[in-house]
Ligand binder design. Sequence first.
Ligand SMILES: [Zn+2]
Ligand SMILES: [Zn+2]
Length: 251
Amino acid sequence: MDLTLLGTGAPLHPNRAMTGMILTAPGCAPLLVDTCGGFELAHQLSRVGFEREAFRAVIVTHRHLDHSGGLLDLFLARIPLEIYALPDTHDGIVGMTNASFPEWDLNSEIVRHEVVHGAARDIAGFQVEFFQAEHRVPTLGVRISHGGSTFAFSADTLPCETIVAAARNADLFLCDTLCAELDGDGAVNRARSTMHATAREAAEMATEAGARALACTHLARFADPANILAEATEHFTGAVSVAEDGACYRI
Ligand SMILES: [Zn+2]
Ligand SMILES: [Zn+2]
């Protein structure tokens, strides 16, 4: 199973795209998890050498635009899609589409699948389980398995037991890490108020889950990646990396 990161930044980041990723594996169709923040999806897909027409299955973790916005790119390209999301996220996607392109004729082959915390689905050949995150709007983390390997993505979240469960013994845990405590009280306060984890908290969740490797993502413009790496390494003994746009992980 291979993971390709399309975007690893929080909103307003000057040089990271917003959250999106692609999972591929032998015998599986490519799976898009979150969609970047809008029309930047086209640029990010081309950067990593994927055609947008290659995707049919899309998981959207929550309605925030930095995760759902790229659906507009896919809608305007009239790609047939299977979209997996919470009911609240589907509502957000409909609202975003109606607010932006109310006159646009969507592809009739767009199927909206509602998933909730605890749901397990076979999507594009992957086994996917959904876990409730703790964020400002209803949000799901995902645990994705294939061929004996497991990948977990926290989505946007404060530290919580359900996301630890999602990451249990995962080969790679990609975790929301808005900033490090080393970035200062102002940064930590922003993480608290916007309901994101810090590097220490991401590392503690990875430790509690027994994950083999941790990748820190969703970095704020005020976060120093060197601080995130140092702080996460201090609190997690497995492999730690700071995610970068365009990076690939073999899981
Ligand atoms: Zn969010
Ligand atoms: Zn976000």
